[in-house]
Structure formats: C-alpha cells, structure tokens
Design a protein around this ligand. Structure first.
Ligand SMILES: C[S@@+](CC[C@H](N)C(=O)[O-])C[C@H]1O[C@@H](n2cnc3c(N)ncnc32)[C@H](O)[C@@H]1O
Length: 282
C-alpha cells in the first residue's frame, strides 16, 4: 500500500464547479438502512433479508477485485459512494483515490483520511496523475457516454476501465428504460473511442434479488402504513385529503415510478447487469 496522504480536494481547481449534488436516495440507504455498499450485491444462496443483502454486497466487491489485471497498482474509484469498496480495495494493497460529486459522500470520507477524495463529477475531473485502472461501480450510468470514454483516456491512458452497472437492452417506453445507458449504443461508443472489451460477465440474475427484497419491504411495511394513514386521514378530512393528494400528485407519481422500478421480472426483460473490463487506448 502506498497512499498515506491526508488530503481532501474540493471542486477547484481540478473540476469545474457544478454545485453540490446530494443524492438523498443513496443517503437513505446508508443512514436509515445501514448499508455500507450502495450497489446491488451478488447473490448466491443467501438468506432473503438484510443480512443476506450485506453478504451479497461483500461478495460483489470481492468479485470486482478478481477483475483487476495483475499490473494494477493505482486506481481511481469513480462514484465511490460511502467508500466501503474503496477501503476494501486499499486494504488489498492498492493505491486508490475516490471521486464523487456528492458533498454528503465527501463528509463520509472525512473519517477515511488515508484516502484522497475528489469532490467532482468524472466528466469535469482533471487528473494530477495517471491511473492504472478506473473503477465505475454503478456510477457509469450517471456519466454521459462520450465524456466517460474521453476522460477515461485522459485519466488512464493504456490502462483499464472496469465497469459494473446495468444497461438497457430492450427499451419499452416505461420508466424502467429511463435509467442506465443503452447497451448497444454503449458498445458502439466504446469502439468509436478505441476501447477494447477484454472481459465481460452478465450477473443480472444474481443482482436482481436485491430488487425483490426491496419490493418485499415496501409491500410489507411501507404500503400498509401509507394505506392506514391515508384511510383514517381521508375519512376525517375528506376535502383536505383531496387537496393534499392533488398538490402532491407529482411526488406521488414519482413514488409510484420508484416502486415500479423494483419489479425484478420487468428489470430482467428490459435490462442486463454487466461487469465489463476494457483496455483503454494509449
Ligand atoms: C449507486 S452509487 C454507487 C456507489 C459505490 N460505487 C458502490 O458501488 O457502492 C453511484 C455513485 O455515483 C456517483 N455519481 C453520480 N454522478 C456522478 C458523476 N457524474 N461522476 C462521478 N460519480 C457520480 C454518486 O455520487 C455515487 O457515489
């Protein structure tokens, strides 16, 4: 392990200042659900509960390590989330830096002073050094494709780009098709930018179990509580209830969309979850 620098880097001068971006959903997973990792996990025969999810998430990050080419020493963890994966990788002896545009995540890294944190979007990042490998663990979907390949070339020329994320393979005009890059377009962009795909794995079935688990929590705890509250409030204050429902209609639609995204069968029809290792052109 080589990194021991205590350093936190704000949005200047390495990045254009694009303002703070706190992702409240990710904060909820970490603070309320107590999840260290913010990715789907890699399920085997784990118990269908929170403990099983945590085991699956640890397995997922261990699996990522098996993809690092032998020559790898320096890594940039793009979209590092809570930093749990970053720390695990560092504990394996790699020289790793983290990057995320989210000030809440920067705050979490203040307890990990041994890791350099860059508060920045990847597309705005100007590296001070070259990395052997760029890791994008469920962060690739947030970065426009051309920017992603262009800046990966700047950050890791002749190195590697390791991506784990879901991609849309069969768009169907529903909210499910709206998150994640289009798979065939992504392959095309990779070729246009001369990235060579050297290893690929489809882990859709082993990741989608997390959706089933989240859906079962919603069905068991959240939906009955909301039903109960709205039923008793609606009976006592029918006019006020109608008004509030109308005022909140956009928020309710968003919530409904979020619940639709937890349908694992639909997810599997529209998307594939991939691990892809690319060779970056020199
Ligand atoms: C689903 S979380 C994944 C976190 C972590 N890599 C993991 O596997 O647990 C997505 C991450 O991407 C980050 N992100 C969002 N937009 C980004 C961008 N334009 N550039 C870099 N990271 C971004 C988020 O702040 C968050 O850290």
């Amino acid at each position: 392990m080589t990194t021991s620098t205590i350093q936190h880097i704000d949005s200047s001068p390495l990045c254009k200042d694009n303002g703070p971006r706190i992702n409240t959903a990710l904060r909820f997973y970490h603070e309320i659900l107590g999840l260290e990792h913010l990715h789907y996990g890699l399920w085997e025969n784990d118990p269908f509960n929170m403990k099983g999810l945590k085991t699956a998430q640890e397995r997922y990050s261990d699996h990522l390590l098996s993809y690092f080419p032998e020559s790898t020493k320096t890594i940039l963890d793009v979209g590092a989330g809570t930093g749990a994966t970053t720390e695990k990788i560092q504990a394996h002896g790699y020289d790793i830096e983290a990057l995320s545009p989210d000030p809440y995540q920067q705050h979490l890294f203040k307890n990990k002073r041994h890791i350099i944190f860059n508060l920045c979007r990847f597309q705005d990042f100007k590296p001070r050094k070259k990395y052997d490998l760029i890791l994008m663990s469920e962060s690739c979907q947030y970065i426009p494709m051309n920017d992603l390949f262009k800046n990966a070339k700047v950050c890791a020329p002749a190195g590697y780009l390791l991506i784990n994320d879901y991609f849309v393979t069969k768009p169907d005009n529903t909210v499910m098709s709206k998150s994640g890059h289009n798979m065939s377009l992504f392959y095309q962009k990779a070729r246009d930018h001369h990235f060579e795909l050297i290893k690929e794995e489809d882990i859709t079935d082993q990741t989608a179990v997390s959706l089933d688990l989240a859906k079962s929590w919603i069905d068991h705890y959240i939906v009955p509580s909301i039903d109960l509250l709205t039923y008793s409030f609606g009976r006592k204050h029918p006019k006020l209830f109608k008004l509030i429902s109308w005022l909140m209609r956009n928020k309710l639609k968003k919530l409904n969309d979020q619940i639709m995204l937890l349908d694992s069968e639909h997810f599997k029809r529209v998307k594939r979850y991939k691990i892809m290792l690319f060779k970056v052109p020199g």
